[in-house]
Design a protein. Structure first.
Length: 245
């Protein structure tokens, strides 16, 4: 995950709690409107209903309007190394957004569709446990220190100055302030940025096959960094969690 270009699920989770044309434009970007398809669609009334065949499609703007008032919103970013835990209630996905409100408890999963995105809606039978941002802060802080120590010990950047430069850039990267809604608390913004930096470092090292000269080295790198990546993804999701007051 790139702090300068966070996953679309994070952007939607940050802006969904409050109606905002600005927020919708940030989620959709310059390439066109998003739509929602699947088991939950908006019918002729203002109340979302379940489609008989799951083939209904509405604009994301219309779906969000009909799903309000919302009581809880959170991005979800499962990781294979994270075990079941909080994410054990979810299907096998890379990212998504859980919204609770007039539509019930719904998981939206993004899928690229040409230059735009289709969000697949699925009803969830059980609520997610609270993501606990305070606990996530402690975990991300410890995991970041562990990741830095591991990268130094593994010496991944030796003779690869471009990788060292990229890692240094990630250590100071910040989320584009235009993507952050004004109501997001400072500590949650800091958690989001630190989590995205940690995830970016882990992904960069894991994706760079040239930094491992043997299968054993590659496996060791994965054993060390994948659990830290899981912590980072959980932390980023926890930073977006919102509850109605």
């Amino acid at each position: 995950m790139d702090p300068l270009n966070p996953p679309v699920s994070i952007v939607l989770a940050l802006w969904a709690p409050s109606p905002s044309s600005r927020g919708l434009s940030l989620v959709e970007g310059p390439d066109g409107a998003h739509d929602v398809i699947g088991s939950v669609v908006t019918g002729g009334s203002d109340t979302p209903t379940a489609a008989d065949d799951g083939s209904g499609s509405v604009s994301l703007e219309q779906w969000l309007a009909s799903a309000r008032p919302l009581s809880r919103v959170s991005a979800v970013l499962p990781s294979p190394a994270g075990g079941t835990g909080t994410w054990g209630l979810l299907p096998d996905i890379d990212e998504g957004v859980v919204l609770e409100g007039a539509a019930g408890r719904v998981l939206l999963v993004p899928e690229d569709s040409g230059t735009s995105v289709s969000w697949h809606a699925e009803l969830l039978s059980s609520p997610l446990p609270p993501l606990d941002a305070a606990h996530a802060r402690r975990q991300v802080h410890a995991a970041t220190e562990e990741a830095i120590e591991a990268l130094i010990e593994l010496d991944l950047a030796r003779e690869r100055p471009e990788m060292a430069d990229a890692l240094n850039d990630l250590l100071t990267a910040v989320v584009d302030p235009r993507l952050v809604p004004p109501w997001l608390e400072r500590r949650d913004r800091e958690l989001l940025e630190r989590s995205l930096r940690l995830a970016g470092m882990c992904e960069l090292a894991l994706d760079d096959d040239g930094a491992a000269t043997t299968a054993l080295q590659a496996q060791r790198r994965a054993d060390v960094l994948r659990p830290l990546l899981a912590v980072a993804r959980h932390g980023a999701a926890a930073a977006t969690e919102w509850w109605a007051r």
